[in-house]
Design a protein around this ligand. Structure first.
Ligand code: CP
Length: 338
């Protein structure tokens, strides 16, 4: 267990070592156990404050962070640009300096392409308290860590037994799917290819032409795969991706590297309506495979109800683990050592 994480920012998993990420997984498992058996742990962040600043909507992220702070004995403030002077253009420096005088952590969701992660690093430059990403244009690190925790629970190894031998050789698929609704950011697929390659999995990214990732995420995935005896491939065939998979993570994202214009996005997406994880495609994966999605899901478009609600679905486990992983993150970075 790493003990030097007090005040460390968590803007992307790329900024944490494998050993540091293991510490988060290990503590998350312990906090989950305590939560399940009703063992109090509200002394850990007693009277501490987290500022949660949302540029976009949220169900899971807001409520898991807020509930997590309550369970650890602290309090979380829900903020938006409009509810603060950020909406009037207050500089990140001034926001960071002032909130650092009041509380103990700042969490931010800002998915604006080319802006979101840069804004987080700018806040972190001036904040004397840790800054956490609650999703940006590049990564969604709390989501991908909750996903990794879920995969470890399903396939092993137990936390504290080392980094991922049991995951070595597992086929992890992240596939684009069609969805008619709003344009989703690249942060989840990018975060997944960057993280899962570090933990020994053979990662396949599948998407139609035009729905590619940022070059920095692709490069990180290739490098991590090479360093960790894993593999990373990009293909344009959803059936081939699902074949023999251990984990099928099927979700939509926008062709953001090409366009964010809604009409153009719709035109590009509508050409690939058949990219849906139905029962036939799920059956191409191993019998022991699990289906994952970060939620919210566009039911009937991204995946069939039979898959979403079927026995291989791990979606609610992933959502649950957001709570435990974020509590571990906050405990490691916001609680001074006793
Ligand atoms: N998965 C996720 O981040 O969900 P929300 O957008 O509801 O927070």
């Amino acid at each position: 267990m790493q003990s030097q994480l007090f005040k460390k920012d968590f803007i992307t998993t790329e900024d944490w070592t494998n050993e540091e990420l293991e510490s988060m997984l290990e503590l998350a498992a312990d906090l989950k156990r305590r939560f399940i058996i009703g063992e109090p742990h509200d002394h850990i962040l007693r009277a501490r404050t987290l500022y949660m600043l949302f540029f976009e909507e949220s169900t899971r992220t807001r409520n898991s962070f807020e509930a997590g702070m309550t369970q650890l004995g602290g309090h979380a403030h829900w903020l938006t640009p409009k509810a603060t002077q950020i909406g009037h253009g207050e500089a990140p420096k001034d926001t960071a300096m002032v909130l650092s005088r009041y509380g103990h952590g700042i969490a931010l969701r800002d998915c604006r392409t080319g802006i979101g992660q840069a804004y987080q690093y700018e806040l972190a430059r001036w904040a004397s308290i840790p800054v956490f990403s609650m999703q940006d244009d590049v990564d969604h690190p709390c989501q991908t860590m909750a996903d990794l925790m879920t995969i470890r629970e399903k396939f092993g190894p137990a936390p504290s037994t080392g980094s991922g031998q049991a995951l070595r050789g597992r086929k992890f698929v992240i596939s684009w799917t069609y969805a008619p609704q709003y344009v989703r950011p690249l942060s989840v697929p990018q975060g997944l290819i960057m993280l899962m390659t570090r933990f020994g999995m053979d990662v396949t990214l599948a998407h139609p032409a035009g729905f590619h990732m940022m070059p920095q995420a692709l490069e990180a995935a290739r490098q991590h795969a090479a360093e960790n005896g894993a593999s990373f491939e990009v293909i344009d065939d959803m059936d081939a991706a699902c074949a023999g998979a251990d984990i099928v993570y099927a979700k939509s994202w926008g062709p953001i590297m090409v366009t964010e214009d809604e009409a153009e996005v719709k035109k590009m997406s509508d050409e690939h309506k058949h990219w849906c994880l139905d029962e036939r495609r799920m059956a191409l994966a191993k019998k022991s495979a699990i289906y994952m999605h970060c939620m919210p899901i566009d039911r009937g478009y991204e995946a069939a109800d039979a898959v979403i609600d079927g026995p291989q679905s791990a979606i609610y486990d992933e959502a649950e683990n957001r709570l435990h992983i974020q509590k571990a993150l906050m405990a490691l970075t916001m609680a001074p050592r006793g």
